[in-house]
Design a protein around this ligand. Sequence first.
Ligand code: SF4
Length: 289
Amino acid sequence: MRYFGSVYRPPSEAYSLIVQVTYGCSHNTCAFCSMYKEKHFALRPLEEVLEDFEMARKTYRKVGRVFLADGDALVRKAQELYVILDRIRELFPECERVTCYASPSSIQIRTEEELRTLREKGLTMVYMGLESGSDQVLQKMNKGHTAAEIIAAGQKVRRCGIALSVTAITGLGGPELLREHAVETARAFNAMNPEYIGMLTLMVEPGTPLYDWVRAGQFQLLTTQQVLEETKLLVEQLDTPGSVFRMNHASNYLNLRGTLNQDREAMLAEVQRALDGQTELKPEGWRAL
Ligand code: SF4
């Protein structure tokens, strides 16, 4: 396949065919994110996108899953997304799911009719970054949206029959906003009731504003103990029946997984064991993004 620059995908898309339909992220200013700093956001020419799918058909015997990269595939015109999804269906009748990242802005600009049509044409799930349910944290991190806007975008996606996977980042409020970040993030998850919740743990990447803030002493990172305390607070507040909770990203010190609400107590017990020093945590040097 032909790729431009670094390509990112959620952990659950490890075995998917990945095709870039956009380059970079349409927002690209979150203070903690270095993912697409090397490229300006652009739409990839449609013909090239379709060619990649044709090349993949010739290369792979079975394509069960497709992930449309980069950061915000949903921002393309609905008509172009229809063409892409139709071609996927034509070429890969065996394909069970098509997913992509979606920003709150790209969800906002799509009408509900367009989202429903995208679902009918095979877009099964979108991944959206909440990062935090706290407006203070979102503003500080330059997310470009309030929690209410992100929640509304998530609810819209679900209303239109598209499954939703939402991620947030432990530690994003620093010690100062630890409690608010945990409680408000849980509240936002509860309001969206997404199919999947993914928790990452903050890592500081060179080349980001956050990196400079940390170096200048303007932002304090959580200790491992505080990360666990924040996780405990968050899980305690979660009330989102049916959501699959995953904290199994390379950035996490502790892996946690369960279905809410039934596994909440078991997950809390695991966090408590870690807080009590009875669980081995991922060493700092093994963490990655
Ligand atoms: S966190 Fe997401 S929205 Fe923010 S700059 Fe990175 S890719 Fe873009």
